[in-house]
Design a protein around this ligand. Structure first.
Ligand code: 9YT
Length: 130
C-alpha cells in the first residue's frame, strides 16, 4: 500500500504548472493503478480549451465554481463544489473558472497520465506510446 500526501507533491516534479491551472499529480502511470489522480487548481477568471482525444477524464469539483462549455453543441454546464463531470465522449470543451474563485478539482484520467504532460496547442495530452 502507498500513502501520498499533497504536501509532498507540492514543489516536486509531480506539480505541473499549465498556466491557467496547476496540477498536483498524486498518482501517475508509474503507480500502477490504471488511472491517474490529480488535485488541480483552476485559476480564477481563466478560460482553458481542452480536448482529451487520447484520454477519458472525470473531474470532481471540491472548491469554487465555474462552467464547462461543450463545443459540439455550445451547451453551458455550470459547475460548483460537490459536482462531478465526466468527459465520456472525449468532449472538446472550454473550462472557465468564475472571476472571483479558483476551482479545486480532483481529476481522474484513464489511461493514466505519465507525469509531465501539459496541453498542446489543441488542448490535448499526447498518447502514451510506452
Ligand atoms: C480540469 C482539467 O482538465 N484541468 C486541466 C488540467 C488537468 N486536469 C490535469 O492535468 O490535472
Amino acid at each position: 500500500m502507498k500513502v501520498i500526501s499533497l504536501k509532498d507533491i507540492i514543489g516536486s516534479k509531480q506539480e505541473v504548472d499549465g498556466g491557467n491551472w496547476v496540477s498536483r499529480r498524486l498518482l501517475l502511470k508509474k503507480d500502477g493503478m490504471g488511472y491517474s489522480v490529480h488535485d488541480t487548481i483552476i485559476k480564477a477568471g481563466t478560460e482553458t480549451h481542452i480536448w482529451y482525444q487520447n484520454h477519458l477524464e472525470a473531474v470532481y469539483c471540491i472548491e469554487g465554481k465555474g462552467e464547462v462549455v461543450t463545443l459540439r453543441d455550445n451547451k453551458v454546464w455550470p459547475i460548483e463544489k460537490d459536482m462531478i463531470y465526466a468527459l465520456d465522449e472525449h468532449d472538446e470543451h472550454l473550462l472557465r473558472a468564475h472571476p472571483d474563485t479558483d476551482m479545486r478539482m480532483v481529476c481522474v484520467f484513464n489511461p493514466p497520465i505519465t507525469g509531465n504532460e501539459v496541453h498542446d496547442e489543441n488542448g490535448v495530452y499526447p498518447v502514451d506510446k510506452d
